[in-house]
Structures are given as structure tokens and as C-alpha cells.
Design a protein around this ligand. Sequence first.
Ligand code: GTR
Length: 397
Amino acid sequence: MQYVRIFCFFFLVVLVRLHAQSPTEANYDESKVPPYTLPDVLKTTRNLDVRTKKTWERVRRPEIVKLFEENVYGQLPKTFDRLTYSIKRNVSAMAGKATLKEVLIEVVRNQKVVQINLVLFIPAKRKGPASVFLLINNRGKENTDPTRAHKSDFWPAEMVIDSGYAIAAFHVSDLAPDDTVSYVNGALQLYPEQLIASNGMRAIGAWAWGASRVLDYFEKDSAINARKVAIVGHSRGGKAALWAAAEDQRFAMCFSNCSGNTGAALSRRRFGETISRINTVFPHWFAKNYKRFNNNEDALPVDQHMLLAAIAPRPLYVTNASKDLWADPSGTFLSLKNASRVYALYGFKSNLPANPPAINQPIINSPLGYHIREGEHNLTAYDWINFIKFANLHYKK
Ligand code: GTR
């Protein structure tokens, strides 16, 4: 009898432990958010206060980017042997409203090639080179259908063209298939040394790297204004969009939709998805070093407000959805609020309210924009309408 009891006890312990790792166990109770202290975005690792944009740019910003490389996303390789491109199609589209370009971008290093298939619509009516929204597509390829037989609000090309912007997309699978095994079959073939390094790039880094290569292409396309490229991503794509914008200051604007954990949301709140869960379910997304912070958030030398701050002073728009608690809307808003101290160094006042705004009340007139949309985790027409409003206002400023 005694043995049976002991067995049952251990069986229960095992069950409870397994359950603790399941998403249903995630904390959704604000009162259970543990006390935490965020690393000070305006204090250098040598404990110096950052009071000017000069010190921010020369000391603290590079320090923060390095800390994210080391501990979270891995290094982002900057060199390769060559980048070439060929225009596969260049035709009138959308009843004459746009030009469709399908571009094959090839990046070579050490005789290895990565191919990025870019879909690009450019408005026919425009004064000079077009500003462009570039989406990192982490969903089905049909969402960015060049033939427009399939239309999707995930990438509403017609709406964006009607607003006077170019719209482009590439698929994450060209850079790193979103899979625990095959993610190596893309950009990482060019950089095999990254696979051994504990601070080596993984899938999210590879997607961000790809976004920068597309920007390299835009610099060669006279129809595009390469100084007005907005990077857009949803969820895991939204994490990559933030990382791309933080690393590559050529991106003029960033839109990070429902990006959640290791995106725009603060990790230390442990609300919804956690570092341990993301590293367990998606071991191929972040650097090996990041796993050291599983259930150990307070040991991280950064939190996600510092990633947002690294995008300053460029306009940044972040979103949530009311039913997407997994992505921690409150922690996302707090992260933005904390990043605003860096925008202030540039004299940019964020118009973010003290508390999160009501549902469907976008904050556009602020270099750090935000909305929480009614509904589920998704990238929708509502989100894009507000991205366009935000871009209209901030490109004009
Ligand atoms: C979830 C993941 C999130 C987010 C999301 C998505 O499963 O936990 O971090 O990336 O997928 O990309 O839609």
C-alpha cells in the first residue's frame, strides 16, 4: 500500500511538472505578475547615465544591440561576397494602377548561394521613387500572391497601392524554413560558423538578415526610395521586424504586429508566453545563449523595451489584439512606454497615454505609435489602415 502511495505521489509530481510547461499554465492573471526591475535603458554597463543622443548613439545603443546579439537573437552577419538580382517579371498590374516586379535576389558567400524571391508592387501614379512597406511573410505564400488571384488582408496590396505606397514581401522559408530541423537550409548555409557559436544566428536572425538584403536591392531600384522603407512583420515576423530595424538603421520605420514574447512584450512580466516556453517550442528561433534565461528572466541584461529603444528616433508602431493575451498586451504597452525615454533624447515626445488606450483607439500622432485591436491574434485590414495613417503622418513630418 505504501509503495502504491509513493508511486502515486511521484506520478502526480511528474504530471504537475509536465502541465507547468503547457501553454494552458501560462499566467494570465495580472495580480500574479512577479515584482521585477527593468534594466535601465539609459545607464551604460559601466553605470554611466546617458543624457545626450551623442552618448546614446556612441555608447549605449551599440552596447544594447551587442547585448541582444550575445544573449537573445545571435549575431547578424554583415559581410558576404556578392549580391546580384534578376527581374523575373516586370508587368503592369492591378488594372494599370501598379507595376508588378518579381525579383530574384541572390546572395553569395564562399560559393554558397541563398535565393530570396521578392514580390513587389509599385504604384504607377507617383511623384518620384516610391516609399515601400516590406512584409516578412511568415504565413502561407498565397498571402502575397503576385497574380492577385488570391487576395488576403495579411498583405492587402491593392489598399497599399491605392494609398500611394509600394508594397513588397518575401517569404521566411527562403532565409530559414520555420522548422526545428530544416531552418539551416537558407542563410545559415552561408554562415555555418553561426551554427556552432553559442551567440550564433538562428531563424529569426536569418529572417532579419534577409530583410536587410532586400533593402540592399531597393538601393539599386530607382523606382523605390530606399530611405523610406518600412519593415513590417506579424507575430514571429514581428519579432524579426524589430530585430531587423534595431540592427539595420537604414529601415526608416517599423511595424511590429502582435509580436509578443521576445518581440515587443516585456519578458520579465512572465505574462502569457515565457522565454522558457518559446525556447522549448521554437528551439530554432534564437541563439543558444538565450536558453540560459529559461525561467531566469531577471538574469537577462536586457528586456524588450531596449530593443524598441534601439530603433529610436525612427517611427515605430506596435500593435496588440484584445483576445491575444498570449502576446501580453499590457507588457507590450509598458515596453513602448519605457522606450520613450530614448526618443525623448531626440526631443521626440511620445503621445502615449499613461495607461493602455481603449480597444480600437489608435495612437498615431506619436513617434511610438500603438493600437490594441478588437479580436484575435492576426494581421488584418484594420492594422494596415493604421499603418498607412502612421506612415502618412510621420513621413510628412
Ligand atoms: C506562437 C508563438 C508566438 C508567435 C506566434 C505566431 O505559437 O508562441 O511567439 O510567434 O506563434 O507567430 O503566430
